[in-house]
Design a protein around this ligand. Structure first.
Ligand code: HEM
Length: 348
């Protein structure tokens, strides 16, 4: 029943507010391009009760995103994220502030610094090798490869190895199966068009029931991270503990062995951000890149030729090889351009 009633409400309020919601559709970046061809490079759209300014020229985009980014960088937050009890701990949703800058500094200097990532590269190499082995196995058995599933599991494990030194996409474990579904569900709920974003009076009603589902997903994830943080704190107290060089150890080293309650909460939410922002984005981009290569066999051959020439047939590509593969880099950049996974929603 929900669907038809919702559609009815949607049509009614759209007509009532004389808005553009109808014209946006399910490919907003394309429909906005079309609208801009009609209305020009800067236009104001009434989306329900929300007034939205759309900029569609390089010059104006540079003005807003680069020259005056400080003025424009705190956009309206999607209603769904309030389902997270501590959304004010999340780097992605925080306004530009001292706390946000502090988190960015920790990420830039401590977590994503090249030498830190290089130190735990071996863990990711094992996951890439596993992906290749799985694909080879399917090839020998004459089975189709489900790229979406393979890319998602690999990305999740690449991240969970980098952060916790564990596999969070292990099909044989019940906990990790639940985690995978949770991350997937979280992305779906946050990405779904939510009427409550456009009509303020619907916020309390939450007609699509997004808030309770998301609260449930956030809670499962945060509880899991909490267990992992406390297990690690216990392990580190034992004699002969050997550092794992992962992000959790790095953060614990910054906090000088002890983690106050506040630090635990911040760490849980930083990891929630990294998993939510890093999994589906990367795996969807990989899936699109593969789909586009299959549709463009000439480009696929050129990419294969580059790999053979630079790396050698049958050899594993290392992270440090990427700089020597300009054609492959161009393919990834073009995939970002044609299939942006996060064209909207984020405040910056
Ligand atoms: C194909 C892959 C990815 C795409 C297309 C993508 C896209 C984006 C975009 C458009 C933003 C908003 C722009 C900004 O705030 O500067 C963003 C922010 C963010 N991304 Fe990604 N991302 C990807 C992968 C990742 C990965 C792998 C991680 C972490 C492991 C990650 C973590 C974050 C975080 C934490 C933010 C918020 C930054 C802030 O607000 O300061 N992303 N991403």
């Amino acid at each position: 029943m929900g669907q038809s009633l919702l559609q009815y409400i949607y049509i009614y309020i759209n007509i009532y507010y004389d808005g553009y919601l109808f014209e946006i559709g399910d490919k907003p970046h394309l429909s906005l391009t079309k609208l801009s061809q009609r209305h020009g490079p800067i236009m104001s759209l009434q989306l329900g009760q929300l007034t939205t300014i759309v900029v569609s020229s390089t010059t104006l985009a540079k003005e807003i995103l680069r020259t005056h980014d400080q003025v424009f960088c705190n956009l309206t937050l999607p209603e769904a994220i309030h389902a997270c009890k501590h959304s004010d701990y999340s780097m992605a949703w925080l306004p530009v502030s001292a706390r946000w800058r502090n988190l960015r500094t920790i990420c830039n200097l401590q977590l994503f610094a090249p030498k830190v990532l290089d130190a735990n590269q071996a863990k990711r190499r094992v996951k890439v090798q596993k992906l290749i082995d799985d694909v080879n196995g399917s090839m020998r058995a004459g089975e189709a490869v489900n790229i979406r599933r393979a890319a998602f599991s690999t990305t999740l494990n690449l991240l969970s190895q980098t952060i916790f030194s564990v596999d969070l996409a292990d099909p044989s474990s019940e906990t990790t199966r639940e985690f995978k579904e949770t991350v997937w569900g979280m992305m779906e709920e946050i990405g779904k068009p939510n009427l409550a974003d456009y009509f303020l009076f619907l916020r309390k009603l939450d007609p699509q029931g997004i808030r309770p589902r998301l609260t449930h997903y956030f809670q499962i994830t945060v509880d899991m991270f909490d267990r992992m943080i406390h297990q690690r704190l216990e392990s580190r107290k034992r004699d002969g503990y050997i550092s794992t060089n992962d992000m959790l150890d790095t953060l614990m080293n910054i906090n000088e062995e002890k983690m106050e309650d506040m630090d635990v909460l911040e760490t849980q939410h930083l990891f929630l951000d990294l998993f939510a922002a890093g999994t589906d984005t990367s795996s969807a981009t990989m899936e699109w890149a593969m789909a586009e290569l299959l549709r463009n066999p000439k480009i696929l051959s050129k990419a294969q030729a580059e790999l053979e020439q630079v790396i050698g047939k049958g050899k594993l590509v290392e992270e440090s090889d990427i700089a020597r593969l300009p054609y492959l880099q161009a393919i990834i950049k073009e995939t970002f351009r044609v299939h942006p996974t996060v064209p909207f929603l984020l405040p910056r």
